[in-house]
Write a protein of this length. Structure first.
Length: 323
């Protein structure tokens, strides 16, 4: 059994803990369904132990760090929180005294969201590449210059150190851990049971082009953007998009740029490349990827992909298809 210990504290972000816990529990259920032995034992720990209330008011029961350190730990993960509870926890004398020893003996050490600040404050991430919530990347880099903060990645694996970006990315990181420990097949079953839209590899940006555009766009374009995402294999030039939006081509182009910060052509290309990267990580053949994202033939996909990312789609697939 791999012992997974989550470190929580008053006002912690509940989803930082519950999302990954659901992944590890889901892996156990998938194994049991195949008649195989369970893999994970999940525990919650805090500085002093006992009941700990999350920021949402849900209270969880925890072991003390001293008690948790009695047995060997496979994976130790520190969850995140908003600024004030995070700062208070970073100064907790019990945590500062007991967490480093537990962290050093863990086979795998990491954090979800702003939990990276706690590990960094103890000097446990020095010299390593790390991820955290997009809003905390600059403060983390400024406060701890010995860290290499990746402001783009959903999660980062740097040897035994695993750190994720904001909140739900803890689920993506936990899935990657399960894939590393067990198999892609088990991960697929877990993701399906959790009704995840897609498994997201760590290199994918925190900043979804679709979400950013939907957030910034006026309401008529929010619907159009969803339509674009569902029709990437169709012609999506300005004429087609403006007709769908019910505007003249010139007016559409001007309003779309003002609303999203990108030209229609650039936005469509980004959406297609985002979809292409996801398909490539699943090992989909290049010709199929090109056809499904509207960059056919494969030579066109190759040219656009290399121009944007500086790497061929084939090499990208070879590097990431196992994630």
């Amino acid at each position: 059994m791999r012992r997974i210990v989550f470190i929580v504290y008053p006002e912690f972000e509940l989803l930082d803990m519950s999302g990954p816990v659901a992944v590890f529990n889901g892996a156990n259920r998938a194994l049991a369904a195949h008649g195989e032995p369970l893999c994970y034992s999940v525990e919650l720990a805090s500085a002093a132990g006992g009941p700990v209330a999350s920021s949402s008011g849900v209270v969880v029961h925890t072991r003390s760090l001293d008690d948790a350190a009695v047995q060997a730990v496979d994976t130790l993960l520190v969850v995140g929180a908003e600024r004030e509870p995070l700062l208070q926890t970073m100064e907790d004398p019990i945590l500062r005294k007991t967490l480093p020893a537990l962290a050093h003996q863990a086979k795998r050490l990491g954090s979800i969201c702003t939990g990276a600040f706690i590990l960094a404050g103890l000097g446990l991430l020095d010299g390593h590449r790390v991820a955290t919530h997009w809003d905390g990347c600059a403060p983390l880099a400024q406060a701890f210059p010995a860290l290499n903060v990746d402001a783009e990645a959903l999660y980062v694996e740097d040897g035994r150190y695993w750190t994720s970006a904001g909140v739900t990315t803890g689920i993506d990181m936990a899935l990657a851990m399960v894939a590393y420990d067990l198999s892609a097949a088990i991960v697929g079953e877990v993701a399906k049971r959790l009704v995840l839209y897609a498994r997201r590899p760590g290199h994918q940006s925190q900043f979804s082009s679709l979400l950013q555009a939907q957030t910034k766009a006026d309401s008529p374009f929010a619907d159009l953007i969803a339509w674009i995402q569902a029709h990437l294999d169709a012609p999506l030039d300005v004429t087609v998009l403006s007709e769908h939006a019910g505007l003249s081509a010139r007016t559409f182009h001007r309003k779309f740029v003002a609303a999203t910060g990108a030209t229609p052509a650039r936005f469509v290309e980004t959406a297609r490349l985002d979809a292409a990267r996801l398909l490539l990580t699943r090992g989909v053949p290049l010709k199929s990827v090109a056809a499904r994202v509207g960059l056919f033939p494969a030579a066109r996909l190759n040219n656009v992909f290399e121009r944007r990312f500086g790497i061929s789609p084939r090499l990208f697939r070879d590097m990431h298809a196992s994630l």
